[in-house]
Write a protein that binds this ligand. Structure first.
Ligand code: SF4
Ligand code: SF4
Length: 267
């Protein structure tokens, strides 16, 4: 998106909206945490609708770019998402919840009524929740930026690329690639832990293994996962597929299951 091709511009700046569906608002916080860069961004973008960060919001004008985080877990979420889609030229899913389902989708494993009664007791009736699914299941998105939360440097790069009219590419390699380049001791090979690095998209700098913790797959799957090679690697170290699937379920349950893991577990 170059400024010359944007719609609904104000003073040459593209109009932007930032929206949260059901989630922890961690990706919006990441934008706020951009601090110094945020001032520069506000000079290049006109943020017209961002309920979390400002009070004078315009809820109806056309948007050049809208960022959406979170899952659809209520009818209100779905209505909001459809409205945002209708008024936006470029829609960007930010964070693993919006892209893959993330932590909120874990609850889909259990009946909602049971969970609601357990948590809210007799007040559970006011809930209007539906199955938690990623925003990307409901409307088309032009771009997706996974991560729990998304990485600030990736967000800033994506915004810059939109401003100059190029496309920011996400890493196509797994977390293992970054992990190796940091010369970490592999959590699988040396510690026999269940680490999802080989199947997870890089971009976080192998944050967890670099701090001695196995990757939990929070960025979702990398393209072209070699499941067979991974099965062999874990099996050779006495780690079952059930353990792997359980760990991966936490952040990207729907997609991991939709892919091949469940099939592999049942082999
Ligand atoms: S610790 Fe995890 S991310 Fe690092 S190389 Fe081993 S499997 Fe890959
Ligand atoms: S190492 Fe894995 S769990 Fe940790 S931040 Fe990176 S992708 Fe997420």
């Amino acid at each position: 998106m170059t400024p010359a091709t944007t719609s609904g511009k104000s003073n040459g700046r593209p109009k932007v909206g930032i929206f949260g569906l059901t989630g922890c608002a961690g990706d919006q916080l990441q934008i706020l945490n951009c601090e110094d860069e945020l001032v520069r961004l506000s000079q290049r973008l006109e943020i017209v609708d961002w309920v979390m960060a400002k009070s004078d919001n315009d809820h109806s004008s056309r948007l050049d770019v809208a960022f959406v985080e979170g899952v659809v877990a209520t009818q209100k979420d779905l209505d909001t998402l459809k409205e945002v889609r209708a008024r936006s030229r470029v829609l960007v899913a930010i964070g693993t919840c919006a892209v893959w389902g993330g932590l909120p989708a874990m609850r889909n494993e259990l009946p909602r009524e049971v969970l609601a009664r357990e948590v809210y007791k007799k007040d559970a009736d006011f809930l209007d929740t539906v199955e938690a699914r990623p925003a990307s299941d409901f409307v088309p998105f032009e771009l997706m930026l996974p991560g729990c939360p998304m990485e600030r440097h990736e967000f800033l790069r994506l915004v810059n690329s939109l401003l100059v009219g190029t496309r920011a590419e996400l890493p196509r390699v797994p977390v293992c690639w970054e992990c190796k380049s940091r010369e970490n001791l592999c959590r699988v090979i040396y510690f026999k832990e269940v680490c999802c690095g080989a199947m997870t998209r890089a971009g976080c700098g192998a944050r967890c293994p670099s701090h001695g913790v196995a990757c939990a797959g929070c960025r979702g799957p990398v393209e072209e996962v070699s499941y067979d090679a991974n099965i062999t690697m874990f099996k050779d170290r006495g780690i079952s597929w059930v353990e792997i699937a359980r760990r991966m379920e936490s952040f990207s349950a729907p997609v991991w299951m939709k892919l091949r893991l469940e099939k592999e577990v049942r082999k």
